[in-house]
Design a protein around this ligand. Structure first.
Ligand SMILES: Cc1cc2nc3c(=O)[nH]c(=O)nc-3n(C[C@H](O)[C@H](O)[C@H](O)COP(=O)(O)OP(=O)(O)OC[C@H]3O[C@@H](n4cnc5c(N)ncnc54)[C@H](O)[C@@H]3O)c2cc1C
Length: 369
């Protein structure tokens, strides 16, 4: 789109910092940069009307890793130290998010998390139990809690699961309210946010193109996570689409905590008496490595079947669906780094961006100069 003469006067043409991406990471980077540089002109460019890629389309789990996920990370070659460092970042990221925005502005609720194991996962459950003491002892040094993970009962309203492990320190929040609160905080701190503003950059250049308008910026922070590939392909941040389904109100189904199954690939919880269920991407890796927001009907069928088998809920009860795009890669380490004189990145947050996004944004702000 071409901006008019007047619109071009309205939009700045010079900034100290442009942040590309108005999700949790970009807005946290903007706010934390403001704390370090009170005089800087800081501009956030967000492609969609709302922060649509993942920050407002996720499941709202305030989690830092089920025991099964951590054990799976160990099995995939990460050292215990790497696994615990990641869990610590997520835990501390959640604390920072809650402290910065305030729990009531997030609708944060410390409901705890539960990991479920079905009847075919007896060995997996045994292996995870084998690590529980070591994980609890190590996490105690981070969280101060003696028993983060405990074996527990499977909720009575669910069928098909044999075992469960709870995590007492997890919770849930409202991602839409979270982004509203971030935007409010940024605006109160004199940060300009433009929505519907798809930014284009060229490697090494200090210019950011937004429509036909060029903004010259001393520094650029790229916080585009799952949509990074088209902007900076060499980072190899791969898009990973995730599908979420929401049922009508089903008040008789009682799900007091948040739930994970299959190493976190399936997740569900209650919102306003409805069941939110998402995931299943591991069964459809080929089709879901995309940044297109379309719904894959086969994956949807898989989640509907899951709802039927475990909750006895029929497909007619599903009234809403949406997809979101995460950014993944060959490692779970977030790419917080300086690319050149001008550009810094905070991308590849995987499926835990609610937990780490605030901290990633803060670390991005510390790299800027
Ligand atoms: C369905 C789903 C469920 C999830 N559930 C959870 C969960 O329960 N708990 C959890 O911790 N994490 C969850 N995640 C992951 C979490 O949502 C993400 O890790 C997190 O939102 C990443 O935040 P971000 O700000 O880095 O990226 P994003 O939220 O993706 O924000 C990046 C922003 O950059 C914008 N952008 C991209 N390109 C451009 C451009 N060229 N110009 C301008 N703007 C651009 C995008 O529009 C987007 O708004 C889930 C993700 C999905 C998709």
């Amino acid at each position: 789109m071409n901006f008019s003469y007047w619109e071009r006067q309205f939009i700045t043409d010079r900034a100290d910092l442009i942040i590309i991406g108005g999700g949790i990471t970009g807005l946290s980077a903007a706010y934390h940069t403001r704390l370090l540089h009170p005089e800087w002109k800081i501009v956030v460019l967000e492609k969609f009307p709302i922060s649509t890629a993942a920050s407002t389309r996720n499941a709202g789990f305030a989690c830092f890793g089920s025991a099964g996920e951590l054990v799976d990370d160990l099995a995939s070659g990460m050292s215990m130290n790497e696994v615990l460092t990641l869990a610590e970042k997520r835990y501390k990221g959640l604390l920072l998010l809650r402290k910065t925005l305030g729990e009531s502005n997030l609708d944060y609720f410390p409901c705890g998390g539960t990991e479920l194991f079905d009847f075919s996962q007896k060995n997996e459950f045994k292996t995870v139990c084998h690590y529980l003491e070591e994980l609890n002892n190590s996490l105690m040094l981070i969280t101060g809690e003696d028993f983060t993970y405990k074996t527990t009962d499977v909720p009575g309203c669910l069928t098909g699961y044999e075992n469960a492990i709870s995590n007492s320190l997890e919770g849930k929040l409202n991602p839409g309210k979270m982004i509203q609160a971030w935007r409010k905080l940024c605006q109160e701190n004199n940060i300009e946010i433009y929505c519907g503003a798809e930014a284009k950059i060229q490697e090494g250049s200090k210019n950011v193109l937004f429509g036909n308008h060029l903004i010259h910026s001393n520094q650029i922070a790229v916080c585009t996570n799952g949509l990074t590939n088209s902007m900076i392909p060499k980072l190899k941040v791969m898009p990973a689409r995730n599908l979420v389904l929401l049922t009508d109100k089903l008040p008789t189904i009682d799900l007091p905590s948040t739930y994970h199954h299959d190493k976190g690939y399936i997740y569900f919880r209650k919102i306003d008496d409805r069941i939110l269920i998402g995931g299943g991407r591991n069964k459809f890796m080929n089709t879901e490595s995309t940044s297109k927001f379309k719904v894959n009907e086969q994956l949807k069928g898989y989640l509907l079947e899951y709802l039927k088998n475990h909750f006895q809920v029929e497909k007619e009860s599903v009234s809403q669906e949406w997809t979101g795009i995460m950014g993944v890669g060959n490692s779970k380490k977030v790419l917080i780094k300086r690319l050149d004189e001008t550009t810094v990145t905070g991308v590849r947050l995987g499926g835990m961006g609610i937990a780490i996004g605030t901290l990633v944004g803060k670390e991005v702000s510390e790299l800027l100069r």
